[in-house]
Ligand binder design. Structure first.
Ligand SMILES: Cc1cc2nc3c(=O)[nH]c(=O)nc-3n(C[C@H](O)[C@H](O)[C@H](O)COP(=O)(O)O)c2cc1C
Length: 205
């Protein structure tokens, strides 16, 4: 069984989502020591944003691209294969400016590929990447849960639910620490709540 662990916080050792994603992986590994783990740090090794040249090179009959675009195409293929091969994907997802980090968005941009992870059919859009378990370590400064005054600004977990739902993964699991910026007590309580959730996660199977 293969687990892909992805981090996307730019806060390095101060990151809460990194701490939680590592704890999720450690928790799953405990009962499945043979778990094959692949780690990607999208802040240390950022995925370049999609470029016009990258998309143009994939058009039918396009001329052979230059070395830089070829390298980018190879990276795109590697990221997609890595994702498709994984049985479990653990994602550290901080909230920046009400949504996911641009580092995480750049990675997701390489996964939504027509014919690979979704297709358009007479029945509408069909996700092709189902059968995978996706666990998100969500961390945010404020409070956006249902009923909170700021809930309308929630484009973070909702976005992730939409995007993974679109490719056929409809029930992502979210471990959340929110209110991190409210104060040290709230931060400690939020991390503790998330850790309790981690301890209750189903074993890797
Ligand atoms: C650039 C930046 C933008 C942020 N934007 C928001 C925001 O829009 N809403 C919020 O509640 N917290 C915001 N925060 C606080 C983070 O969500 C909080 O620090 C969270 O722990 C980030 O996850 P991380 O610690 O894994 O990086 C922001 C933090 C940074 C560094």
């Amino acid at each position: 069984m293969t687990l892909l662990h992805v981090d996307s916080s730019i806060l390095g050792p101060y990151s809460v989502s990194r701490q939680l994603s590592a704890e999720i992986v450690a928790r799953l590994r405990r009962n499945a020591p043979d778990l094959e783990i692949k780690y990607r740090d999208l802040a240390a090794e950022p995925v370049p944003p999609l470029s016009g040249a990258y998309l143009a090179a994939q058009q039918p009959g396009a001329p052979a691209p230059g070395a830089e675009v070829q390298q980018d195409l190879a990276l795109g293929g590697e990221l997609l294969d890595e994702f498709l091969r994984a049985d479990i994907v653990v994602i550290g997802a901080p909230m920046y400016n009400f949504t996911i980090s641009s580092q995480l968005k750049a990675w997701i941009d390489r996964l939504l590929i027509a014919g690979k992870t979704f297709r358009y059919s007479e029945k509408g859009v069909e996700g092709l990447a189902g059968g995978k378990r996706v666990i998100v370590a969500s961390s945010r400064g404020g409070i956006y849960s249902e009923g909170a005054p700021a809930a309308i600004f929630e484009h973070h977990e909702n976005y992730l639910r939409s995007v993974f739902g679109f490719i056929g993964i409809s029930d992502i699991e979210i471990v959340r620490a929110e209110g991190i910026a409210v104060g040290p007590e709230q931060k400690a309580a939020a991390v503790k709540t998330a850790q309790d959730e981690i301890s209750k996660l189903a074993n890797a199977a």
